[in-house]
Each structure stands twice: as C-alpha cells, then as structure tokens.
Design a protein around this ligand. Sequence first.
Ligand code: CUA
Length: 346
Amino acid sequence: MRHPSFPVGQRGARIGPTRAAAFFVAGLTLAACDMVTVPATTLAPKSDFGRVSYDIFLSIFWWDAGIFLVVSAVLVGIIFRFRERDPRPLPAQVRGNPKLELAWTVAPVVVLTLIAFPTVRAVFRTQTTPPPAALRVRVTGHQWWWEFEYPELGIRTATELHLPVGRPVGLELRSPDVIHSFWIPQLGGKRDTPPGKVNRIVLTPTTPGRYYGQCAEFCGASHANMRMLAVVEAPAEFDAWVARQRAPAATPADGSPAAAGLRAFTTGACVGCHTITGVSAGVVGPDLTHVGSRTTIAGGMLPNTPGTLTAWLADPPGVKPGSIMPDLHLSVADVRALTEYLATLR
Ligand code: CUA
C-alpha cells in the first residue's frame, strides 16, 4: 500500500545525463522500486550537507566506473588469451608473483584512501559546533516518532520539522530508548541517535520544499512507521509558523462537540502522556498543543484526517504495530469527541 500521507517522487525535477546515470545505479539497488517514485532520494540534494554527500557519491561513482571498465577489459583479455585450445600444452607452472601481489594490495589501499579523505572530512564538517546564528533544534527519536524542540523559540512539536531556507541549522540528536537514525535523504546523510549521547548535524537548507525522512536504524516493531517531514520555507513563512506554534492551545466553546472532547481528554488517560499547553503536561507521547496543524498523525504514518484520527484513537496498536499508545477501549462517543477536539488544535 502506498501511504497517502507521504506522496512520493520529485516530479518536474529536471534530470541531466549525470543524474540519470546515478538514478540508473540507484535503480539497480532498488530493484523493486520505480526509479521515478523513489520516496526520498539522495540524488536531488536540497542542503549543503546533501550536496557534499552527492558530490562525493558522484565522484566515487565515475572513478569506480573507470576501474570497472579497466578490470573488465583485462578480464575479457585474459579469458580470450588463455582460452582452451588444441593442442593443449601444459601452461608454465609458476608459484607466487610478488610484484602482482603488491600491486593488487596497494591499488585498493590507494582507492580506499582517496575515498576516505573527502568522506571523513564531510563527516566532521557536518557535525561541528554550529555557527552562533544557527537555529538550534533538539531532535529526539522515540519509539516510533520524532520529536522536534526549538529551545530558543519555546516550541515543541512532532514529526514535522520546519526550517527556514538559507539559515544554518544545528540539530542535536538524542534518544531516550534505543538507537534510531535520523535521515532526511535530500537534506543529507543519516546519523544515529544513540541513547545517552548527543550526536550533531549541521546543515543549511538551500531550497524550499517538503522533504520526507525515515528512521534508518532498525528500532523495533514500527521502525518502518517512524517517518518525518522537513518543511523548508521562506523566513517569513517560518516566522509565521513559529508564531502559530507559540500561540496557546485553542479552547473549545462551551457545549460544542470539541468541549466534550476536551473533557474526555482531561478525564481519561490521555493527560498522563501528552502535553496540551494549559491542559496537561505529559511527556511520553507527542505534544498535541497544535496537532491539528500537522499534516500527519501516528509518527507520519497516516494523513491527519477525521477518519484516520478516529481509527487511530479507537485502536492504536491495530493501526500501528507495537504502538506505545495502548488501546484505551474508548467509547465511540469519546473517540468522536476527541477527534473533534484534536482537529481544533491548529
Ligand atoms: Cu527508529 Cu527505526
């Protein structure tokens, strides 16, 4: 099943011969995927980190293509030259060839060293201390959703990472449970979130757009359902988003269906795990203060619609295997009221 919340492919992108060749190689390794609809690609970088990774990949690809051609030509030549013929004289019997052995040891060392230099340099450059003007974002990988906190802006959200284009970002990656791996392919390489340690990514998004990400380290039953979306936008749009996120949670009008939802929320188990500013302060699950403004629910697994929200609240583990949010056996009326209420939290 295609997940409707995560439309795939970057249609309309112009593909030159170089990128086409790279897509061909990627296609070989992703044999089951349609090349045009690879959900998230490293071959169309949208940040400085993504660009560096892509350039390294491309230069290695062309050098490797050259080596492949040379080795193949030599192999074909040897096959032809030493094919079986009549009469069959016994070939010269030799033992060892120090020059040859030295050559095939040194050559790979040289090749791997040439690959290692730019790779290691890029790894260090993308996890240094961010510049003072950088936007700080604390990224926490939970089983199975991503939390984003902007400490200087007083914002805590989930699954959708908003970033202003052109401004350096310092991501601090951490995890309270197991090792996850933060990966938004178009914004750069993956990096682990080891529990008890903070890893860093420093990058600058270069192009506005919506870029899909995925946990890239097996982390349990719903590893595949641990997704995210980076929304890179113009600074003014980002500021407007910040203002909306900092606004207090909506209060439903007395007697409205949403008011019944708020009551179900505060009298039920929801408050123990979720924060809604001014209502509750749970920290186990995602902050729901502005959940209605997000395009997905359940860690990016489902689009945020009344239908999916209803199904999700009615039976979380049935929708998302291993979901930490249990089936609370909510009544149909409570599920409906909660759906109404959460949708108002924009
Ligand atoms: Cu988190 Cu895989």
